[in-house]
Write a new protein. Structure first.
Length: 201
């Protein structure tokens, strides 16, 4: 069997195989839950929240009328950025709107700006990782609304050994990597791992 390339921070292939088995069980349980829930059960509604920031995202910060406070920086491993005159501000886990509010609160409490109007833009999200039976496994820049099949295409497409349409998607959660029920049209998030399994027949 072909040796798989590895990169720092990637889950092991044994963990990916475990996640594939877990995904099948999770899907079955969700289907059972859907049958027992009422038609208006709010817990089953799917929402598309703004993407939260995380370590590795590069952001641009601007404060209206305060050019000296502008900065472009990458969120560090501890989830913070260092801003001029302000110091460290924790942004990981916040969407853009809440990140703007966090910086504004810091500026106000430090007495630097009375009524700060802060803008946070994402210059570049952390990449997605494509592994397994693709032409060029590796890291690829995330793009808005990127799907599983688009990521696979960037990685050189399926190999002849690939189990087409059966990719596993892992997404970083508060308790580590968690499997996402996905198909080729599923939209990815920054930092997702896409693993294409090998077919055995």
């Amino acid at each position: 069997m072909r040796a798989e390339p590895t990169w720092p921070g990637f889950p092991s292939r044994s963990r990916l195989r475990h996640h594939r088995r877990s995904r099948s069980l999770a899907v079955a349980l969700l289907m059972l839950a859907g049958c027992s829930a009422g038609p208006h059960d709010a817990s089953l509604l799917v929402t598309h929240d703004p993407l939260p920031l995380a370590s590795g995202d590069r952001v641009s910060v601007a404060v209206f009328g305060q050019d000296a406070l502008a900065a472009e920086t990458t969120i560090a491993n501890d989830g913070t950025v260092v801003l001029p005159l302000v110091g460290r501000v924790h942004l990981a886990g916040l969407d853009r709107e809440n990140a703007e509010q966090a910086i504004a609160d810091r500026l106000r409490s430090a007495g630097l700006v009375v009524d700060p109007r802060v803008t946070v833009d994402v210059v570049k999200y952390r990449p997605v990782y494509v592994l397994g039976e693709v032409g060029k496994p590796g890291t690829y820049d995330y793009a808005n609304n990127m799907t599983v099949i688009q990521a696979i295409a960037l990685a050189g497409g399926y190999t002849y050994r690939a189990k087409v349409g059966e990719a596993t998607v892992l997404r970083r959660g508060s308790n580590g990597d968690v499997p996402v029920d996905a198909d080729d049209t599923t939209r990815l998030e920054p930092g997702d791992v896409v693993d294409v399994p090998e077919r055995w027949y």
